[in-house]
Design a protein around this ligand. Sequence first.
Ligand code: GTP
Ligand code: ZN
Length: 335
Amino acid sequence: MRRYGKHTDEDDVRVRPSRRGTRPRTHRRPAHEDAAEGFVVTVDRGRITCLVEERTVLAMKARELGRKGVVVGDRVAVVGDLSGDKDTLARVVRVEERRSVLRRTADDDDPHERVVVANADQLAIVTALADPEPRPRLIDRCLVAAYDAGLEPLLILTKADLAPAKPLLDTYTPLGVRHVVTTAERFDDEEAVEPVHALLAGRITAFVGHSGVGKTTLVNALVPERRRATGRVNAVTGRGRHTTVSALALPLPDDGGWVIDTPGVRSFGLNHVDPSRVIHAFPDLEPGAADCPRACGHDEPDCALDDWVAEGHAEPARLYSLRRLLATRERHEGD
Ligand SMILES: Nc1nc2c(ncn2[C@@H]2O[C@H](COP(=O)(O)OP(=O)(O)OP(=O)(O)O)[C@@H](O)[C@H]2O)c(=O)[nH]1
Ligand SMILES: [Zn+2]
């Protein structure tokens, strides 16, 4: 399984080499050289909460940013009052290049596809093993969104006290998706969440999961500051957790990375998904696609992947899984 954006190091920044790379740096130097670096923790109705050094600073978008959105996970340049004191408002003057973007689909209220999280390394798909029942189609859609966005997926299966994980895991074995199984009863014991911490260490992880799967219970166990952080954000927005529409980044202990809690997973934008980006997550199949017709959707009669598998280059289960994932791009009732 190919791994994506493993670290948050500069080395992993996937930017195209610039043809202007030989130009003197000063030409590309943006204005506001005195700006501080901020990490966006949440955005609520245009109010951007970011972390500048250790301080929580509230900011607005500077006019010069125009229509460009600022989202959770963005690295930004901030100017103005950076004290973090009550009633101060700084300005975000620049959004740094994003290493990844996770989008949600347009819906009836909002015709545009929107970026919900920037710069995440991985996508944790939180699913209960029972109550509510797992929804494999939804998991598949999340996987496609992750592969398309270049995020490494991670399955977190909760409520292991209610049902065994094996039947669900069998579906995902051919995909080689990493997984961890949790039970909230054991969360008081720090060692019980250790395997989850190990998978999140040093990385920015967006958490998705539909209502009732135990995402909040898990995030609270992982992030000791959770209560404080949400309390603070609510003090800023004056709104309760259940009405929060924005994602919220929460620091893991000991500089262990970030959890980005997202509100609801109703839909991911899969309309824009490019099969060639999804197949990138299948390095055993990818070379076989070289013989496919142009713009092959990989589910058509002259798709070269059938021969590729028949010749023994990859397991049939892998091709089946790829096709199942690609098929989730079509909307069904209840997605
Ligand atoms: N049996 C069992 N129940 C759990 C477990 N984890 C969470 N729950 C329960 O499941 C219910 C939903 O948990 P939440 O953490 O609120 O779920 P959520 O995904 O955040 O749901 P929303 O708050 O609706 O977004 C609560 O009653 C929890 O106590 C678990 O491991 N086992
Ligand atoms: Zn094909």
